[in-house]
Ligand binder design. Structure first.
Ligand code: ADP
Length: 355
């Protein structure tokens, strides 16, 4: 062990995701197995500011591996972004002898983790979000469960669409990312997916529906990512009916996709990532996010992960890459290209195979 850890904290922050509990369990048990105490920090960074913290023993994390949500609860905490809030959070760590923190959440949570690390509380992040919108990891904790929930819901909609010869437009979560929409569309055999990353032709969709209706197809499923904006999917539903004559219904799955028991894949991912986070922290590493890359668990610097993310989303500001070597920048571009190519490939397959 690089430094003597007496006690670490664990928190879940930002949007919750199935599998967060599995990560809490893994982190807790991995730390306890090294003789290090664990403090559960409730309501994300809000709990750190307020001192809403309780010790977690081996048994406190029993029977949570299979539960959705997060036993530590989650919160969005604007106060944490202020110098005063940050100071209170650091004071809580000092007062309670918390030597390091594992923070489970998305990019906002990781920014907070960096701020704490800079103020002397080493942090490691775990990517917990259903949206799969963290570019440095191939998969986030919660994504697989969200996909399977969409699958179950849309399979049901398809049954009734088939009976009544209808179209159902289904809006799914994903924040600004189309991963849930695209992958679930492939898996349910949808006619189309509409996602923010790839331009979409409504006219081609109407034509596809008209053509296949003439050939006898009864049900049509169109999956829309919430990243298209709240009005897009309801309006598309009306347009499909007007332009094809096929009766069309709209369904917004919304937060139902956030809940439920984590799948096997999310439980395994959360468990392996949670253990890796503790090992990294106890090896003296910090300001890292644990990622899945090409089927292996790797550690990525948070500042690298955040810059990569902004590169992928086209949000880089001038000079933002100055701190990185040409090799790192080339590697980031390669990751972005790989991710875009994988998405395009799925999109093309959907258009080719989905009727
Ligand atoms: P997510 O982690 O899912 O992206 P948010 O963006 O809501 O969710 O971030 C979760 C929390 O992380 C915020 O409520 C805030 O407490 C903290 N946070 C977000 N951005 C920053 C930042 N720039 N600096 C410090 N803390 C931040």
């Amino acid at each position: 062990m690089f430094r003597t850890f007496r006690k670490i904290g664990i928190l879940t922050s930002g949007g919750d995701a199935p599998g967060m509990n599995a990560a809490v369990r893994a982190v807790t048990r991995a730390a306890l197995s090294c003789g290090v105490e664990v403090m559960g920090i409730y309501r994300g960074y809000s709990g750190l500011i307020d001192g809403d913290v309780k010790p977690l023993g081996l048994r406190d994390v029993s029977n949570i591996l299979n539960r959705g949500g997060t036993i530590l609860y989650s919160d969005r905490c604007p106060a944490f972004k202020t110098e005063e809030g940050m100071k209170k959070a650091v004071d809580t760590c000092r007062r309670l002898d918390i030597d390091g923190i594992v923070a489970i959440g998305g990019d906002g949570t990781f920014r907070g983790a960096t701020d704490l690390t800079l103020r002397g509380v080493p942090c490691v992040g775990l990517p917990g979000t259903i949206d799969n919108d963290i570019t440095s990891t191939d998969e986030t904790i919660g994504f697989d469960t969200a996909l399977n929930t969409v699958l179950d819901m849309v399979d049901r909609l398809r049954d009734t669409c088939e009976s009544h010869a209808r179209c159902n437009v289904v809006e799914v979560m994903g924040h600004h990312a189309g991963d849930i929409a695209l992958q679930s569309a492939l898996a349910v055999g949808a006619t189309a997916a509409v996602i923010p990353e790839i331009p979409f032709s409504q006219d081609e969709l109407y034509e596809k529906i008209r053509r296949n209706r003439k050939l006898g197809k009864r049900n049509f499923i169109v999956i829309v990512s919430e990243g298209m904006g709240p009005d897009y999917a309801p309006q598309l539903t009306q347009q499909i009916q007007q332009n094809t004559g096929v009766e069309s219904k709209f369904a917004r799955l919304a937060h139902v996709v956030r809940g439920g028991q984590p799948t096997l894949r999310d439980r395994v991912l959360a468990t392996m990532m949670g253990e890796a986070a503790v090992d990294a922290l106890f090896d003296g590493k910090s300001n890292l996010v644990v990622c899945l890359r090409h089927s292996g668990i790797v550690l990525t610097d948070i500042s690298y992960a955040l810059a990569l993310d902004r590169m992928y989303k086209g949000l880089l500001s001038p000079g933002e890459l100055d701190a990185f070597s040409p090799e790192h920048i080339a590697e980031m571009k390669k990751t972005c290209d790989e991710r875009r190519a994988a998405m395009q490939k799925m999109y093309d397959a959907l258009n080719r195979l989905g009727l």
